[in-house]
Design a protein around this ligand. Structure first.
Ligand code: FAD
Ligand code: NAG
Ligand code: NAG
Ligand code: NAG
Ligand code: NAG
Ligand code: NAG
Ligand code: NAG
Ligand code: NAG
Ligand code: NAG
Ligand code: NAG
Length: 454
């Protein structure tokens, strides 16, 4: 039996607007009552859902994509080998060990696939002369980074006033502390920050923080034994079952101190979610959160965000050297520390499958898929003339490094942002709120966010 539910939003969607999506008679089983509704089932949303469930909270995850994981992506090659083209390694934190072990996934030390680094002028396809690039030594960089132990944690720990060094363009920070030898490598590690020497230093340091360097440079990182990162999220999906709405987005909402109601568009029709609390893990850009009915306070804060373009893909039939990792280097005197100007393909990694290579492309601003792909194909062909490379997987990982100007940070932007935690029963986690590393996100959610949210 269908009964009209006494829900202002759903009724209004029909009576006020007559919107084509709006049934006047959402059936009883289409109302989902939960303690916490979570928007975004990527790394932080999936982890939060499982941990809330572990605390006997009822949850529902609303995820736009057809699977959980977000920036976690794993492709099954024809060889059967599972190849990551997203999150691959984790800082060895207790939250990481516990979360993987909860799903019986053993961890091993992460060793990057491939065995040879090649530095190539991608505009010519020619290797740059030996000695063009300095040999990186991270000692001095780590000394600087260690001065800011909160980089991998919440913005709450940012001192007031914010240290001026963190607000310099990163190029000036490099000069000030004589970090020229690591500048080229950091530009790769901090991919997704646009042209890295123009980026505000704190964002680069958060991307390449102390524990990240320990992991990637000094071999302290961990990965699932199979290297199949997606397997964790697939197991989480099985466990969450009908508590996950895939290929779904929020269409309308009302949020208040009394609770949250969401109208959600799903492949099986509209559903109404009524929850005590909302946890947003999707990027908090005004365009993305518009259906939540942002008020002026929220809009004023979120509209200050800028972001960058970041794209990744797997290619086959490349004729590249097995095991090679190709880094784009610009030996021209006008290039800062030999780092090519963006947008462009930044580097290519060998993967676990000898036939498959992983391309990393980034840009200060958004780039259409067709241009990203054609730029990448051109670069691959320049590296291996006569080859016929093909995309076998592609992902748009934008918006990347969602942040604000140095002036905004100096003026207390992050205090304003954090004042939104809990406002209208809406809570937040995800890279914009912490840092863009899963271990740090999970640690924040576990120890800072969930105790407050519950
Ligand atoms: C290519 C690549 C490689 C990386 N490698 C590593 C690595 O090795 N180790 C590491 O720690 N980090 C890595 N990162 C960083 C990675 O972004 C973070 O570790 C982590 O995945 C960020 O989690 P998140 O939850 O903030 O975002 P995401 O994982 O992106 O999750 C956000 C989710 O929200 C969904 N969403 C967005 N908007 C909406 C909406 N309106 N409605 C519903 N759902 C929505 C998205 O589909 C997505 O699933 C990598 C990132 C990229 C792009
Ligand atoms: C969303 O719901 C509000 C009432 O909560 C209503 O005013 C508005 O028109 C609705 N928007 C859409 C697009 O249905
Ligand atoms: C109400 O529900 C019935 C049965 O599911 C459906 O046929 C009808 O189109 C619905 N009405 C509206 C306005 O959506
Ligand atoms: C969750 O509920 C179970 C069963 O009632 C109980 O044994 C467990 O202690 C609860 N866990 C928490 C974290 O409250
Ligand atoms: C990639 O190409 C090789 C050689 O052409 C082929 O054997 C393999 O199956 C292809 N793999 C994928 C995932 O397409
Ligand atoms: C991760 O840390 C744990 C606890 O300190 C340690 O036992 C384990 O060996 C580490 N794993 C790797 C791969 O370094
Ligand atoms: C550059 O160095 C590598 C290894 O150190 C060597 O194999 C290669 O031949 C050198 N190339 C040139 C052009 O000197
Ligand atoms: C740098 O110099 C090269 C070669 O002279 C030129 O092609 C390129 O456009 C210059 N780049 C910038 C950013 O000025
Ligand atoms: C692979 O590339 C070669 C040229 O190097 C081309 O002849 C062949 O058709 C390509 N294979 C596929 C499956 O595209
Ligand atoms: C995890 O978060 C807690 C609380 O913020 C913090 O004290 C701790 O240092 C973090 N752990 C790691 C490994 O960063």
């Amino acid at each position: 039996m269908k009964a009209r539910i006494g829900l202002g939003i759903a009724a209004c969607a029909v009576h006020c607007l007559g919107h084509p999506l709006g049934p006047s008679n959402i059936s009883g089983e289409d109302v989902i009552l939960r303690d916490v509704a979570i928007i975004g089932g990527g790394s932080s949303g999936t982890h939060a859902a499982i941990r809330l469930k572990d605390h006997n909270q009822t949850v529902v995850v609303i995820e736009r994509d057809g699977e959980l994981g977000g920036h976690v992506r794993t492709y099954t090659a024809n060889s059967g080998i599972r190849v990551n083209y997203g999150v691959s390694n984790f800082q060895n934190y207790s939250v990481v060990r516990e979360f993987f072990s909860r799903f019986d996934i053993p961890l091993v030390q992460y060793v990057q696939p491939g065995d040879t680094d090649v530095y190539v002028d991608f505009s010519t396809g020619q290797p740059v002369p030996n000695g063009t690039l300095p040999v990186p030594d991270f000692t001095a960089y780590l000394t600087e980074v260690a001065k800011y132990p909160y980089l991998g944690q919440s913005w709450e720990l940012l001192p007031d006033p914010v240290p001026e060094d963190l607000l310099l363009p990163f190029g000036e920070f490099v000069e000030k502390y004589n970090l020229q030898d690591v500048a080229f490598t950091i530009a790769q590690f901090a991919i997704g920050n646009g042209n890295v020497f123009e980026q505000t230093t704190i964002y680069v340091l958060k991307a390449v923080d102390y524990d990240y360097v320990q992991g990637i440079v000094y071999g302290q990182g961990v990965a699932p034994e199979t290297y199949d990162t997606q397997s964790l999220f697939n197991k989480a999906l099985v466990e969450l079952g009908s508590d996950v709405l895939l290929s779904s987005t929020v269409y309308n909402a009302s949020r208040s101190t009394a609770g949250v109601e969401l109208v959600v568009k799903t492949p099986t029709g509209r559903k109404v979610v009524k929850a005590k609390k909302l946890l947003v893990t999707a990027p908090p850009l005004v365009g993305n959160l518009q259906p939540l009915g942002l008020d002026k306070k929220e809009t004023d804060i979120f509209s200050k965000f800028q972001s960058h373009g970041f794209y990744t893909g797997l290619l086959n039939n490349t004729s590249l050297t097995p095991g090679a990792r190709y880094y784009s280097a610009d030996p021209n005197a006008n290039a800062t520390y030999d780092v090519p100007n963006l947008p462009d393909l930044q580097f290519i990694w060998a993967t676990k499958d000898p036939d498959v290579y992983w391309a990393w492309y980034s840009s200060p601003t958004d780039v259409p898929e067709e241009k990203v792909k054609s730029d990448i194909i051109t670069r691959f062909k320049d590296l291996a003339p006569g080859s016929n490379p093909e995309f076998i997987a592609y992902a748009n990982d934008s918006p990347s490094t969602v942040g604000v100007s140095a002036d905004e940070i100096r003026d207390g932007f992050y205090n304003d942002l954090l004042s939104l935690q809990g406002y209208k029963n809406t809570w937040y986690t995800g890279s914009t709120w912490v840092s863009d590393h899963s271990a740090e996100l999970w640690n924040y959610t576990e120890y800072e966010l969930l105790p407050k949210l519950m």
